[in-house]
Ligand binder design. Structure first.
Ligand code: SF4
Length: 480
């Protein structure tokens, strides 16, 4: 991925793309110039207390007369609501703002997070989780307020006017605005005085230094993802690439990455909750790996926890979709991909790639998608490992099958040489070589008990030779 757009100034000119609070800008002004300064300095900045006509022609709400108006910025509404002292809150932080912004995204991360169950979005919003501050969500899709009321939250955050710290969750790739020409890739609101289009990237520039933490949600935000695949006309990249190795939040935290396309919703909210616990002073900063991923979530490969891993070990492989065995010969990359989908599932422990019959295509990995394509073909290296599994695992599987015949027999049935099951097709006792194998196996198994000289093996002495009664197949029960 090209990185020459890293930390480039965002073009603020209009003409392409679109976004919340969109509109048309005829006053193209590069970021960082006096116009931008006017926006944020408070000197001649936006006066939201006055209702009036917006540059786009819409009527602006005079929400300061009623700060509890549901269309008022959440930063303002939040202050207007008296703290409920009857609710037990353990931490010194009563609340925290979560600003969710979007770059080159399909909104799949938002959908995934809305399905999280551990914790649930609504539990974070209502502040009912002990030790966690209540979350005030400022989200490009699900917030109540729109347009200038929504972006006012961002102005407040930048000016330090929010009454609690804020986290930034960024969804989607960073598209390089410096190559957007006369347009822009990602727009997010306007300068309320001039109507100048503000890009999402400009907001990231303005808000990331003061953020408690920046969390890149999903693979596009973490590593660039599909928009950064071969071709990459927008010079897309991850948040970490854009902000740089030396970026630190106001609390000294580098960019946190929760990859996945889409990510597991629980992974995102669990990470956000862990960071909130840290900010609340109730826990250390969670452990992150070298790539900024939550170490406890991405430390293992998919394969190690896959429900089909037993088939792989025994060298049994699916030959077509719909088969229940290991999918490696259909192209599964699970043995090398770091992801916890196999044990966590997609929603509330359910679903997930292999559980639903799909191969792992490596969507959590920085090399995705190019290094995993074409996803319809078998990974070259897996031929070696699956062939090895076939040989070694195949032998082990047969040995286990022999053992299973013995372990499926009660002591009584051992004596009788048969089971009493009427379904009995496969319930005959081991015979011949198999019986000999079991005899020696059992001797070895019980050798630590003092040897078998003069002792009977488990099962021996039962049935019709040891006074346990006579077992007659089909008669129901042994006679005593
Ligand atoms: Fe491993 Fe994939 Fe097979 Fe599961 S389906 S056991 S992850 S190779």
């Amino acid at each position: 991925m090209a990185t020459d757009g890293r930390r480039t100034r965002a073009s603020t000119r209009s003409g392409g793309g679109g976004g919340r609070g969109g509109g048309t800008d005829t006053n193209a002004t590069p970021k960082g110039t006096s116009k931008t300064g006017e926006l944020v300095s408070g000197q001649g900045g936006p006066n939201f207390s006055q209702g009036g006509i917006m540059p786009g022609g819409g009527q602006m709400e005079n929400w300061r007369e009623n700060p509890q108006d549901p269309m008022a910025p959440i930063g303002v509404r939040s202050r207007a609501v008296e703290r409920d002292s009857s609710i037990l809150r353990l931490g010194p932080l009563e609340k925290i703002y979560l600003i969710w912004m979007v770059g080159g995204s399909c909104d799949g991360c938002t959908v995934a997070v809305s399905g999280a169950t551990h914790p649930r979005v609504e539990h974070l919003l209502s502040g009912i989780i002990p030790g966690l501050p209540r979350v005030e969500l400022i989200h490009t899709v699900v917030s109540v307020e729109v347009g200038p009321e929504w972006t006012h939250n961002l102005f407040m955050a930048e000016r330090g006017e929010l009454d609690a710290p804020y986290l930034i969750c960024w969804e989607g790739s960073i598209m390089d605005e410096s190559i957007a020409g006369e347009g822009y890739w990602m727009g997010l609101g306007e300068d309320p005085q001039t109507g100048r289009q503000i890009t999402s990237l400009e907001w990231l520039d303005r808000l990331s230094p003061g953020a408690a933490a920046v969390v890149a949600v999903g693979t596009c935000a973490s590593w660039g993802g599909i928009p950064a695949a071969k071709g990459n006309v927008t010079n897309s990249m991850g948040v970490m690439d854009y902000l740089g190795k030396d970026y630190r939040s106001a609390f000294g935290v580098p960019v946190v990455n929760v990859p996945g396309c889409s990510p597991i919703g629980d992974n995102v909210l669990e990470t956000a909750a862990a960071v909130c616990l840290f900010l609340n002073g109730l826990a250390p900063l969670p452990e992150f790996d070298d790539l900024g991923r939550p170490a406890w979530l991405f430390g293992e490969t998919v394969h190690r926890h896959c429900p089909r891993a037993g088939y792989y070990e025994e060298g049994v492989f699916a030959t077509e979709y719909g088969d229940k065995e290991c999918l490696v010969e259909l192209g599964c990359w699970g043995p090398v991909v770091q992801c916890n989908i196999a044990e966590r599932g997609m929603v509330d422990g359910h679903g997930g790639c292999m559980q639903m019959g799909g191969i792992c295509i490596g969507c959590t990995m920085p090399g995705f998608p190019d290094k995993f394509s074409p996803i319809t073909e078998i990974a070259p290296g897996s031929l070696i490992s699956s062939t090895t599994s076939r040989i070694v695992g195949g032998a082990i599987r047969r040995m286990r099958a022999v053992s299973a015949v013995d372990k499926n027999m009660t002591a009584r049935w051992d004596g009788a040489g048969e089971t009493s099951s009427g379904f009995g097709r496969s319930t005959t006792a081991p015979k011949g070589a198999t019986k000999m194998i079991h005899k020696f196996y059992s001797k070895y198994q019980h050798s630590h008990e003092g040897g078998h000289k003069g002792k009977k093996l488990y099962g021996e002495g039962h049935g019709n030779t040891a006074g346990m009664g006579t077992f007659e197949a089909g008669s129901g029960h042994g006679k005593h």
